[in-house]
Structures are given as structure tokens and as C-alpha cells.
Design a protein around this ligand. Structure first.
Ligand SMILES: Nc1ncnc2c1ncn2[C@@H]1O[C@H](COP(=O)(O)OP(=O)(O)OP(=O)(O)O)[C@@H](O)[C@H]1O
Length: 255
């Protein structure tokens, strides 16, 4: 893990709120999503366990982004159920980061502060949290820069740092490094691995098979809106059980 890149460790980082009850595991029970009667996701049943790293894979249009959006609660299932252990997936216990980060037209520091303020945290706690987050992720030199003028890699680092500062129990990542070069991708992977080592549950889509191998503990493979494999990553990569997943992995080798 690139300590130099990441700055100071998490030791001493105070949670922004008292230890809340776990919202996980998340059980999806026959979950589906249809638009105008057309099913886009069908009959998804799986459990997302506390502290795991689940990689969601599949070809373009397989339903990966919809899957994340449904889990996170941006949209609701039209069939089946999404059941958090806590009853509700409290918004403050989850975060989502997209392929293209959604940043405010403000400084880097203000982008970190904003969601903390929305949470109603006192100014002193916010100031300390922002300072520690900047320090931890090597963002000090960028603190006063307009966030939207950062490079793509810096913007994504900020988006992940901002999510982390909220101390989520589960982080949904939708192709967080697909627009980035290899060195920026490496930093994003290091951040994800650190979050995971702190106990944050990771649910992530990626088209990068190397990344899926490096970060995945479990793989959920979607094909045309259906979950056709859900297994430990090592088993999945050693021998996918379905012809669709085999073809997908073979395609990557040919590429
Ligand atoms: N609101 C919507 N209305 C109609 N169709 C939709 C809607 N949202 C998504 N779709 C369709 O559902 C399918 C799955 O979309 P989704 O974005 O989840 O795919 P994906 O696996 O993330 O693909 P990619 O790898 O290209 O990002 C696609 O065919 C998409 O066009």
C-alpha cells in the first residue's frame, strides 16, 4: 500500500458519528427492475456481507449500474425486495462514487466539508475531519484549488476521499477508474483496498479484469439483467461455470 501517496494513516481518525448499528448484510430477494414493462434486471437474489469486497462484472448493458443504483437506493426495485439488516439502508451509512465524479463548483476543501455540513456536524468537527482527510489522501496542496479544475485522477481521489470522510459502512463504486490512466488507477485501487482494510464493505463494478482480480473477494456476474454467477473471485477466475462468463473472460484475453 502506498503510504507515501496516501499520507498519514487512519490511526487517530475519529469517526464523524458514534458507532452506529450495522446496516449490513444487505439481502436482495428476487430483486428486479423494469421500465415501461421491460425488465432490465430480473430475479437478483444474493447477500452482501459485512466487510466484503464484491465486484460486479458483465458486458456493456448487462445491468451493473442499475444493480448498484438499486442497492444504494437511488431507484427502487419494481419486483422483489432489498432488505438491509437494519430495516432501512440509512443514507448516511452508505456512499456511492461514479465513473465521473460529481463535484461542486467550490474548492477541494469545501467539497469535503459540504456533505459533513449536510449531516449537521459541528463546525469544529468538520474542520478537523476535512484537515485529516486532506492529509490522509495527499490532498493538502490542492485544498484551495477549484475542484472542477483538478485532473481526472485528482477529482476521483477527491470523490473517494469525500466518501470516506463520511465514514460509510458500505461504499458503492461504479467503474471508479475506467476514465483514468494506470498510475491514477493504481491510486484509486490503493484507496479502495485501504477502505476495505478498515472494514468498509465495497461493492464495485469494473471492466478492468486485472482490477477485478486484484480487488475482488466475491464476483457477481450479470448477463442481460440476470445474475448468472456469484462466487468467490478466485474460483470465478480459475473456472467460470457459465458459457457467458467464460466468453467474457476469454474476450479479455484476446483483447
Ligand atoms: N431508465 C432507463 N430506461 C430504459 N432503459 C434503461 C434505463 N436505465 C438503464 N437502461 C438500460 O438497461 C440496461 C442496463 O443498463 P446499465 O447502465 O445498468 O448497464 P451496465 O452493465 O452498467 O453497462 P455499461 O458497462 O455499458 O456501463 C441497458 O440496456 C440500458 O440501456
Amino acid at each position: 500500500m502506498g503510504r507515501g501517496t496516501m499520507g498519514a494513516g487512519a490511526a487517530g481518525m475519529k469517526p464523524v458519528r458514534d458507532s452506529p448499528a450495522s446496516i449490513l448484510p444487505l439481502a436482495l430477494d428476487g430483486m428486479g427492475y423494469a421500465v415501461a414493462g421491460k425488465p432490465l434486471l430480473s430475479d437478483i437474489t444474493l447477500r452482501i456481507e459485512t466487510g466484503r469486497r464484491l465486484i460486479v462484472m458483465g458486458a456493456n448493458g448487462a445491468g451493473k449500474s442499475l444493480f448498484l443504483r438499486l442497492c444504494h437506493g437511488l431507484i427502487d426495485p419494481t419486483t422483489g425486495r432489498r432488505l438491509w439488516a437494519s430495516g432501512e439502508g440509512r443514507a448516511e451509512a452508505q456512499a456511492m462514487v461514479f465513473q465521473r465524479p460529481v463535484l461542486l463548483r467550490r474548492s477541494v476543501a469545501a467539497n469535503l466539508d459540504y456533505p459533513l455540513a449536510l449531516e449537521g456536524l459541528p463546525r469544529a468537527v468538520r474542520r478537523e475531519t476535512v484537515a485529516r482527510t486532506l492529509d490522509r489522501f495527499g490532498l493538502n496542496a490542492l485544498a484551495e484549488r477549484p475542484a472542477r479544475l483538478l485532473s481526472g485522477g485528482e477529482q476521483q481521489r477527491l470523490a473517494l476521499a469525500r466518501a470516506w470522510a463520511m465514514r460509510p459502512q458500505v461504499l458503492f463504486l461504479d467503474e471508479p477508474s475506467s476514465a483514468l490512466d494506470p498510475s491514477a488507477t493504481k491510486i484509486i485501487e490503493e484507496m479502495v483496498a485501504q477502505f476495505s482494510s478498515e472494514g468498509i464493505t465495497i461493492v464495485m463494478t469494473t471492466h478492468n479484469l486485472g482490477q477485478a482480480r486484484r480487488l475482488g473477494e466475491q464476483v457477481a456476474f450479470l448477463h442481460r439483467g440476470r445474475l448468472i454467477e456469484h462466487r468467490p473471485a478466485a474460483e470465478f477466475f480459475a473456472g467460470p461455470q457459465t458459457p457467458e462468463a467464460r466468453a467474457f473472460l476469454a474476450g479479455d484475453l484476446i483483447w
